[in-house]
Design a protein around this ligand. Structure first.
Ligand code: NAG
Ligand code: NAG
Ligand code: NAG
Ligand code: NAG
Ligand code: NAG
Length: 475
C-alpha cells in the first residue's frame, strides 16, 4: 500500500484478544498481564512485544519469501534483527475451507498462475514445504519461528485471501460480504486447538468498538498510521494504558527507501511516542517482495525491512534506529526499580549521556545516565550536582554545576511537546539541538508554526521519558 492511502485511511481501533498464550520462547507461557504490562507468568518479568509482520494472507495463502530463502533462515534473521515476535497474517478461509486447507502449496502456486520456475525456487529453498497442504505449510512456518524462539501472533487479517484493506474489499467485519460470523467462530475454535505455539490469536483488523478486557488476559489494540496519529493513539487506544490494560500497535511502518520529510516526521514522532509509553508493537513489514500481490508477480514492498530477494536488510540505519524500542525501558517487576528519566532524540535514535571529555553527548539509551526532571524545570543527573545548561545560541550545551539562572530551566514547547526550550541570560529563547556532527548545541527554535509544512524540526526534537530499568551508567 502506498503513502497516499495512509493519509486517507481513517484511523481505527482494533481490539484483539489474546486467546491462547502458549509455547515458544524463553518465557513461561501462557503470558500474563500486570496492569498495562505483558509479563512472564512465572517470573512476573516484562515481556515486551517487538514484532514484525509477515504476510501469509494473500491469494497464495503461503508465507511470502519462501521462494527466496529457507523458512529457518528467515526466522533466524528475524531473531537476529532484534525482534521477539511475528504477527503472521492469514485469511479465515484457510482454516475454515477444507478444499483450500488441503490444497498443496505447489497447487496453490500453479492455480494462481505462478511459473514452474517459482515452484522450483520454492523447492530449492524449502523442499519440505512444497507438497504440504496449505494449512500445514503455515504451521511449518510457525514451527520454524518457534524453533528460533520467536513468538507468534496469528493475525486473522482478512476472510478471503487477498491484499488488504480497502474500504470496499468486503473483508471487514459484521455485515461485510466475506465476513460470516459462523465461519469466524469456527476458525477461532479451530485455531486455539490446532496452533499451540502461538501467544495470541488476533481478532480481525478494522473494529470500531471498545470492550472491557477480562482480567489476566492481555488485550491488544491496533491502529493505523495517520498524520495526527499522536492524538489518535491516545484517544483511541492509549487511554487503555492509563486504565491499566496492555495496548500493542499492530502495524506501523514507512517506506524505507523514501526520504520524504513527512516520512521522517512520522518516524520521529512514532519513535518518541513508542519510547514515551514504552509500547509493544509490530512493524509493517518483514516482507521484501510478494510472490503475487494485486496481480503483480514479484511485487516489491517498499515498506519491507528485507530487500526484494529477502537476503539483506533494506536500510540498516532504520534498523539501528528502531533498536531503541526493541527492548524495554520500563517494567512492573522489582528488577525495574530505578525510576529516572532518559532524554531521547528520535532523529538519531539516541539519548543524552554524560561524557568525560565533552560533558554530554548522544549515546545508547540503554546506557543512559539516570536523569531527573525537577519541578523547578531543571534537568539533572540523579544523585549529583550536575545539570543541563545552555551557554548561548549556537554554542555547545553543557553539564554544569551552577544550576540557577539563564539556560538551566527547560520546558517542552509547541503542540508536539518535543522542542526543549530554555531562556538564556539575555532573555532570548533557545532550543536544544543536534548539529551535523551529532554535537548537542542550543540554537534558535525552529519550525514553531503548525502551518509550516516545509520545515523539518527533527534535530530539535527530544522526549524526556520515564525509565526504570537498571541502566548501565557510563563512566
Ligand atoms: C472453498 O473454497 C473453494 C475454492 O476457492 C470454493 O470453490 C468453495 O466454494 C469454498 N467452500 C466454501 C464452503 O466456502
Ligand atoms: C534509511 O532510513 C533512514 C531513517 O528512516 C533515512 O533517514 C534514510 O534516508 C534511509 N536511507 C535510505 C538509503 O533510504
Ligand atoms: C540481493 O539483493 C541485494 C541488493 O538488494 C544484492 O546486493 C544481493 O547480491 C542479492 N543477493 C542475491 C543472492 O541475489
Ligand atoms: C563538524 O566537524 C568538522 C570537523 O571537525 C568541522 O570542520 C565542522 O565545522 C563541524 N560542523 C559543525 C556544524 O560544527
Ligand atoms: C501500515 C501498513 O502498511 N499496514 C498494511 C498491513 O496490512 C495490509 C496488507 O494486507 C496493508 O494494506 C496495510 O495497510
Amino acid at each position: 500500500m502506498g503513502k497516499r492511502l495512509l493519509h486517507t485511511i481513517p484511523s481505527f481501533l482494533c481490539i484483539v484478544s489474546l486467546l491462547s498464550f502458549l509455547l515458544p520462547t524463553l518465557h513461561a507461557l501462557p503470558l500474563s498481564t500486570n496492569s498495562r504490562w505483558i509479563v512472564d507468568s512465572n517470573t512476573g518479568q516484562r515481556v515486551k512485544l517487538s514484532c514484525i509482520n509477515w504476510s501469509s494472507h494473500l491469494e497464495l495463502m503461503v508465507a511470502e519469501g519462501l521462494t527466496k530463502q529457507p523458512a529457518d533462515v528467515i526466522s533466524k534473521k528475524i531473531k537476529d534483527m532484534g525482534f521477539n515476535c511475528v504477527r503472521l497474517t492469514y485469511p479465515i478461509y484457510l482454516p475454515t475451507n477444507e478444499t483450500l486447507a488441503s490444497m498443496t502449496v505447489r497447487q496453490s502456486y500453479l492455480n494462481n498462475g505462478l511459473s514452474k520456475c517459482l515452484v522450483a525456487d520454492l523447492q530449492a529453498n524449502n523442499p519440505s514445504i512444497v507438497e504440504l497442504p496449505l494449512i500445514d505449510a503455515i504451521q511449518a512456518v510457525v514451527a520454524s519461528l518457534a524453533k528460533n524462539k520467536v513468538m507468534v501472533i496469528l493475525d486473522n487479517h482478512v476472510s478471503k485471501p487477498q491484499w488488504c484493506c480497502s474500504m470496499t474489499d468486503g473483508n471487514g467485519f459484521f455485515g461485510d460480504k466475506y465476513f460470516d460470523p459462523e465461519v469466524h467462530a469456527k476458525r477461532s475454535r479451530g485455531n486455539t486447538q490446532s496452533q499451540p505455539k502461538c501467544i495470541s490469536n488476533s481478532f480481525r483488523a478494522k473494529l470500531r468498538l471498545r470492550f472491557n478486557l477480562p482480567e489476566e488476559k492481555a488485550g491488544i489494540s491496533e491502529f493505523h498510521r495517520k498524520a495526527s496519529f499522536r492524538d489518535s493513539l491516545m484517544n483511541n487506544a492509549g487511554f487503555l494504558l492509563e486504565q491499566g490494560y496492555p495496548v500493542y500497535v499492530g502495524e506501523w511502518g514507512l517506506p524505507l527507501s523514501g526520504t520524504s520529510k513527512d516520512d521522517r516526521k512520522f518516524f520521529n514522532c512514532f519513535l518518541a511516542l513508542a519510547v514515551e509509553h514504552d509500547l509493544d508493537w509490530a512493524l509493517w513489514t518483514l516482507t521484501g517482495s510478494y510472490n503475487l500481490r494485486q496481480g503483480i508477480i514479484g511485487d516489491n514492498e517498499v515498506f519491507g525491512l528485507l530487500t526484494w530477494n529477502w537476503t539483506d536488510v533494506r536500510n540498516t540505519t532504520f534498523l539501528e534506529k528502531i533498536s531503541v524500542i526493541q527492548s524495554p525501558h520500563r517494567g512492573p517487576d522489582p528488577t525495574y526499580r530505578h525510576t529516572h528519566k532518559i532524554i531521547f532524540h528520535p532523529s538519531t535514535g539516541q539519548c543524552i549521556v554524560k561524557d568525560p571529555v565533552k560533558g554530554i553527548k548522544l549515546g545508547s539509551c540503554f546506557e543512559s545516565d539516570h536523569w531527573i526532571y525537577t519541578p523547578e524545570l531543571t534537568i539533572g543527573i540523579k544523585d549529583s550536582f550536575h545539570c543541563l545548561k545552555a551557554k548561548g545560541l549556537n554554542r555547545r550545551a553543557r553539564l554544569a554545576t551552577d544550576c540557577v539562572g539563564g539556560g538551566t530551566k527547560w520546558l517542552p514547547i509547541t503542540a508536539s511537546k518535543l522542542h526543549l526550550a530554555t531562556r538564556l541570560d539575555d532573555y532570548s529563547v533557545a532550543c536544544l539541538d543536534v548539529d551535523s556532527n551529532n554535537t548537542l548545541i542550543t540554537t534558535a527554535c525552529k519550525c514553531l508554526s503548525i502551518d509550516d509544512n516545509v520545515c523539518d524540526p527533527g534535530s530539535q526534537w527530544f522526549k524526556i521519558a520515564d525509565a526504570n530499568a537498571n541502566a548501565v551508567t557510563t563512566n
